[in-house]
Design a protein around this ligand. Sequence first.
Ligand SMILES: *Cc1c(COP(=O)(O)O)cnc(C)c1O
Length: 389
Amino acid sequence: MSVSQSWPAFLADQSRQRRAQGLWRERRVRDERGVIDFAGNDYLGLARDPRLAEAQAASARQYGAGARASHLVSGHLEVHEALEHRLAELTGRPAALLFSSGYQANLGTLQALCNAQTHLFQDRLNHASLLDGAVLCGARSRRFHHRDQADLERLLSRAPCQVRKLVISDGVFSMDGDNADIAGLAKTCTHHQAWLMIDDAHGIGVLGEHGDGSVGQAHDVASVPVLVGTLGKALGTAGAFVAGSHALIEHLIQFARPYIYSTAHPPGVAAATLEALDILRQEPQRRHRLVTLIGRFRREAARLGLPLMASRTPIQPLVLGTNARVMAWAEQLRTAGILVGAIREPTVPRGQARLRITLSAAHTDDDLDALLEALERLLVRSVAEAASS
Ligand SMILES: *Cc1c(COP(=O)(O)O)cnc(C)c1O
C-alpha cells in the first residue's frame, strides 16, 4: 500500500509544479498613484464615482453596514426590493433576484434548475462559474465549440427528447470579448424545446440601447428565460442578479442554496447600485465615450500590427501565446505605469495566453495614447529580439 504524501509535502509539491509551468499567480496590492488601469471591468467608470460612495454611506447610516441575516430570515430590506424591481425593469423581465456574487448566482441557478435528468449544453468558453456549477449540480453536461450553432444543434439532436435541456452561454465572453449570437441560440433552443440561459456579466450596462445588455429588452423572456447579470463590472459595485419570470424567481428563492444560506447583500451596496442605474439612464454619454475609445484603440492597434481579436466590446485581448511572453509584456507595461490583465491557463486554453486589455469611459485620450505608445515600444523590441536570435 502506498503511503500518501503528508500535507506539507503535498502543498510544496503542488506549488513546485505550478511554478515550473509558469502558472504561479500572485496578488499585488494595487498602487493607485500614477498607474493607468486597463485591467479592471469598470467599463463606465462608475466604481469610483463619488455619487455611488455617497449613496452607499447614506444607506449604511440608515440600515447599518451589513444586512445581519440571509434574505429569507430577516436580511431582506426595502433597498434590496427596490433594486430587484429596477433590475427587472432594466432587463425587461417580470422579476429579478439579487445574489451576493455572479459566481453564486450561476452556482445557485444551475443547482436549483438541474438534476441528474437535465442535460446541459455550454459554450466551451463559458465563465468558470458556469462550468463549476454544471459539475456541482450533477447534470449531464456537454460543451459545444465556441459560438458554433451547428455543433450545438448536433449535440441537442442526440439528446433524448424526454429530458429537460438547458443551453448556457456568456453574452459577452469574458476573455475574448466577442458576443454570443443570442437570436441564433434562441432559435435553436426553441426548435429543441430547450431553455436558454445567458450570463451577461460583461454586457449589462455596456451594450443595448439603454445599457440593458446583450439580451435585455431586445430578446423577450420566452426566448431567453434565464438571464444573469453582475453588478461588479459596468455598474461598479458588487453582487449579481437573475432575471426572468415570477415562476423562475420563486423557484430560485425556494431552491437555490447559495441564495438561501448566505447573508444578504450589504444594503449600502444595493443603494450604490441603484445610484449607478440612475446614472446609467441619465448619462448615456458614458456608453458613447466607450464606443469611441474602443474604435480608436482597434484602429491604432491594427495600424501597429498588434494581434487583435474579433471583439467590439471593451474587452480587447492581445494573444501573445506563451506564458513567459505574456508575463514579460505585462511586467514591462507595469514599469511604464500601465496595468493590464495577464491571463494564462486554465482561464484560457493553453497556447493562448494573452494580455487582457479593458477600456473604460473613465480613460482619457492621453491614457489611451500612453497605452498604445507602450505597446508599440514592446512590439518593436520583440521584433528586434526575434531578428537577432
Ligand atoms: C465576473 C463574471 C462572473 C462572476 O461574477 P462575480 O460577481 O465577480 O462573482 C460570472 N460570469 C461571468 C461571465 C463573469 O465575467
